[in-house]
Design a protein around this ligand. Structure first.
Ligand code: 0X9
Ligand code: ZN
Length: 429
């Protein structure tokens, strides 16, 4: 990966001005993001400090898996599948999963410790990723945006996390504010179900900044006055903060629940009540695909449930993840097609249009692997919402600041396209 380092003086000034609330505009944020310059040679001192905490005992493994059913079995063994190749998958496995993988049912082709893996990835020192927004920066920016646009924006918490952080939701609507109900068709964007997928926070956060910057463009003005737009950039702030808090990335995926066996975390994208824990999820608490003790056991997924059930006007949704460059639509928990042919065609057509705008491949979620309990299956099953999982791009979970401008801008196009069909998703058929 291309090494980058911040131009500290310039960037510091920009960050200060942004943080002081002088300017939060999308273009200002992009300037902040792009204020990076290549360095000639990696500094060995920095290289040493990129190592994530080695103590969690997980390995990066490559295991034989010829098809989605094999991938589903591996998820159930607790493998945290990150990359899918033709005949194998690679991902993270803790000691319990390593034990299961050593049985005859699986063929482990290679394994390495997380520090070995991180060294091989050659990823950047986290300071180089300062353009990404941590929890405090995310909240500050959301507050600035809401304060600067009181006629169309409001900000409220949809609930608290395991560790007591607020899950903030920015609403853009020219009439209804805060938690007041609206009959306008609603669009919902959520980032960061998974802790380490920091790009999935940036896209919805900067989408909000972009919408405010362009609020006087004819089409955006129309969406703001006719739709009910909700942006929840950071659903799992506990996990995101845990991932970065040592200054070295930890590849952390789950939330921060204390489990019955004293291990940490539930996979929030396995915790929804859509065939909960029936496939592609693990019942072992220590594993990365742990579905939790019951559906909606977690305050973060409960908050999304309450939020969604209270807003019958929601029509469209994107849940942002990373990093496969893919757009996925239901079902993800079953090989079956969704039964409603009209909905199916709308999913296919909307997905294809957003695929064109991003260059991502759009397809049925279960083709990746069958995994139950995911948020988009639940949103469609429970509320008929046209819910898409976006697997954003990158060469890993930590693609660096250099990709932000391009990744964010193309995804804003897709998100705005979704707004254009939110009044009637069937118009694409
Ligand atoms: O496994 C997940 O939750 C998502 N991938 S990630 O690498 N971001 O963790 C994909 C969810 C897609 N849903 C299903 N296949 N059910
Ligand atoms: Zn994810």
């Amino acid at each position: 990966m291309k090494k980058i380092v911040l131009s500290l003086v310039l960037l510091g000034a920009l960050i200060l001005s942004v943080k002081a609330g002088e300017n939060f505009s999308y273009s200002q944020l992009l300037k902040e993001i792009t204020t990076v310059e290549p360095i000639q040679a990696p500094d060995p001192a920095l290289e040493r400090s990129v190592m994530p905490t080695p103590a969690d005992g997980r390995y990066w493994v490559t295991v034989k898996a010829a098809d989605k059913y094999a991938r589903t079995r591996l998820l159930e063994a607790g493998l945290d599948i990150v990359e899918i190749n033709k005949d194998s998958v690679s991902g993270f496995a803790g000691p319990y999963t390593m034990g299961l993988l050593s049985s005859k049912a699986f063929v482990v082709q290679s394994r390495m410790t997380i520090p070995e893996y991180a060294a091989r990835m050659g990823k950047d020192f986290p300071a180089a990723d300062a353009a990404y927004h941590n929890f405090k920066e995310t909240v500050d920016l959301l507050k600035q945006m809401a304060a600067a646009n009181p006629d169309i924006a409001s900000l409220f918490s949809i609930g608290k996390t395991v560790e007591g952080r607020d899950i903030w939701c920015l609403r853009i609507n020219s009439s209804a504010k805060g938690e007041a109900v609206s009959s306008k068709p609603g669009a919902l964007y959520i980032g960061n179900h998974h802790a380490r997928e920091h790009l999935s926070n940036e896209v919805p956060l900067l989408l909000a900044a972009w919408l405010f910057d362009h609020k006087n463009d004819a089409d955006i003005k129309k969406y703001i006055s006719t739709l009910d737009i909700y942006i929840i950039p950071m659903l799992n702030p506990d996990g995101a903060e845990n991932d970065i808090k040592t200054g070295s990335y930890r590849y952390y995926r789950k939330n921060m629940s204390m489990n019955s066996d004293k291990s940490r975390g539930v996979d929030l994208n396995r915790n929804y009540d859509s065939w909960w824990c029936q496939a592609g999820a693990s019942t072992y608490p220590g594993s990365d695909t742990y579905c939790g003790p019951k559906a909606f056991s977690e305050p973060e997924s409960q908050a999304v449930k309450r939020f969604t059930e209270a807003r019958k006007n929601l029509k469209t949704h994107i849940s942002y993840h990373s990093y496969a460059s893919e757009i996925l639509y239901p079902w993800g928990g079953s090989d079956d097609d969704i039964p409603n042919a009209k909905d199916r065609q709308a999913f296919i057509n909307i997905g294809a249009a957003m695929g064109k705008l991003t260059g991502y491949r759009s397809y049925k979620s279960s083709e990746m692997y069958i995994a139950t309990g995911d948020s988009c299956d639940w949103a469609y099953a429970a509320a008929g919402i046209f819910a898409f999982t976006f697997e954003l791009e990158g060469n890993g979970f930590y693609p660096g600041a250099a990709i932000l401008t391009n990744a964010v801008s193309k995804n804003i196009k897709a998100a705005v396209y979704l707004l254009s069909v939110t009044d009637n998703p069937y118009k694409v058929i």
